[in-house]
Design a protein around this ligand. Structure first.
Ligand code: IPE
Ligand code: IPE
Ligand code: MG
Length: 246
């Protein structure tokens, strides 16, 4: 099925967020260690990023490492962080060639120093690119994001810069890690799990959710097209009734 030809360009989401899941199970299916799955997930990252840029989607967020992922075996955590640095250095030219800007959300200061540095370097190098923004959620969790926003707001109140009675959603959002990015209209999770695992909890409030059993290392452009076709068939009512939407 050629899903790409079914996509309506005018109805594309501005922001697609993806929980890349299933690397470990993919490795297990191939009788290999979990890290083999993570390595093979890089191709899916490349394909998805390229497809999103080609379609003209302005923002793509990939959940790469959650605050809970620190609880994995130390060897796996190290391998994941190492893979990140390696991929950044290998792929930064691909980002430049494709005019893609890199960004990151999460508690980045708590990353190991050389991981943090490699990340900031790639972000700096791609800062003037403007075809698409690729956002890596790294050491990210939705609850962390809400709490750090609350902390900033409390600070502003304590400094007398903000009247608590004037705090509204717009103000609140301006303190989230995603303050400069529109909320994702569409969230995809691979591997068949049907949960959001502490991803963008505030920002996903009205997102369309899409779950596929495809394991992340097997995810290809065609899967993204298929997901987007499904997205375009949804009716986003935002509390209204169908008849009001036409
Ligand atoms: C996603 O794949 C990668 C990260 C969470 C970093 P998993 O490693 O969670 O793979 P499964 O869920 O064990 O198959
Ligand atoms: C979510 O996947 C985090 C990332 C994809 C980075 P997990 O595999 O860690 O989620 P759970 O633990 O199954 O919910
Ligand atoms: Mg998983």
């Amino acid at each position: 099925m050629d899903y790409k030809s079914l996509i309506i360009p005018e109805k594309l989401p501005r922001h697609v967020a993806i929980i890349m899941d299933g690397n470990g199970r993919w490795a297990k299916q191939h009788n290999k260690p979990r890290v083999f799955g993570h390595r093979n997930g890089v191709k899916a990252v490349r394909e998805t990023t390229e497809a999103a840029a080609e379609l003209g989607i302005p923002y793509l967020t990939l959940y790469a490492f959650s605050t809970e992922n620190w609880n994995r075996p130390q060897l796996e955590v190290n391998a994941l962080l190492h893979l990140l640095v390696e991929t950044l250095s290998k792929e930064v030219h691909t980002l430049m060639d494709n005019n893609i800007r890199l960004d990151a959300i999460g508690d980045l200061n708590a990353l190991p120093q050389h991981t943090h540095r490699a990340l900031l370097e790639a972000i700096e190098k791609t800062r003037d690119n403007n075809r698409m923004t690729l956002i890596l959620a790294l050491n990210y969790s939705g609850r962390w994001d809400i709490v750090q926003a609350a902390r900033n707001i409390a600070r502003a109140v304590a400094a007398g810069e903000l009247d608590p009675d004037k705090l509204d959603e717009k103000q609140f959002q301006s303190h989230l890690a995603t303050h400069h990015i529109p909320d994702p209209e569409f969230m995809i999770r691979t591997s068949g799990e049907q949960r959001t695992s502490n991803f963008l909890c505030y920002q996903l409030a009205y997102s369309e959710l899409y779950f596929t059993s495809v394991l992340w290392p097997d995810f290809r452009k065609e899967h993204l097209y298929q997901a987007l076709v499904a997205y375009q068939q949804r009716e986003r009512r935002f509390g209204k009734i169908s008849e009001q939407l036409a």
